[in-house]
Unconditional design. Structure first.
Length: 212
């Protein structure tokens, strides 16, 4: 069995969605002064590699703590879109994987954008699902859709149609995934456990691929 870490490191200088604040990792207690270490974490619920709950944008949408634990683990497939050469992910880009998508719980979109993590390029021109492609994917029995970019919608969107379409159907969105090229194209078990806090609209996750 092989386990691949698909998460970015959380630290004080990390990239965050424009308009939010970077995390603060404060050394609240130290070995020198207290005999033990403890860190105070101050950060937004959608920092780093994270999961969006339907409640993130839908008035009566479910929060993460309302889902059963099996919502956050299941079979997955990564679709390689790194050579697509355009911003819109269309139905035609996904059709050849239809049989595989029918057999999984999570669809992960590898756009190659994680290579820009930490640069200005990360926030612009990344591929995102078209409305037609998102509608097509809602015909499958998916738990969630993930991407290695800052958002599953276009960066210039103000209405977030892809988020809202997924959330209306009870799916979760996983954003800022990393290291997808280390997994390959075979089926694997995807684990994306969020923090268990009350009324969770989203949460950082430690996303992993379990292979074999």
């Amino acid at each position: 069995m092989k386990i691949v870490d698909l998460s970015h490191m959380i630290h004080c200088e990390m990239p965050v969605f424009p308009g939010t604040e970077q995390p603060i990792l404060e050394k609240a207690y130290t070995l020198e002064n207290n005999g033990f270490r403890e860190t105070k974490l101050t950060m937004y619920s959608h920092v780093g590699t994270h999961m969006d709950a339907p409640a993130h944008m839908v008035q009566d949408g479910q929060t993460l703590d309302e889902f059963n634990i099996d919502k956050f683990i299941g079979k997955a497939i990564i679709i390689d879109l790194t050579n697509m050469g355009r911003k819109s992910i269309c139905i035609e880009d996904l059709k050849e994987y239809e049989k595989l998508i029918e057999s999984v719980d999570f669809l992960i979109l590898n756009t190659g954008w994680s290579k820009y993590w930490g640069t200005e390029n990360y926030f612009k021109d990344f591929p995102a699902l078209s409305i037609e492609a998102a509608e097509w994917l809602l015909n499958f029995n998916l738990k969630g859709i993930g991407i290695d970019a800052i958002s599953i919608d276009n960066m210039d969107s103000r209405t977030f149609p892809i988020h809202n379409m997924l959330f209306q159907e009870g799916l979760v969105a996983i954003e800022n995934l990393n290291n997808l090229e280390a997994v390959g194209n075979n089926l694997f078990i995807f684990s994306c456990m969020p923090l268990k806090y009350k009324e969770a609209d989203g949460s950082p996750i430690r996303a992993t691929a379990i292979i074999g």
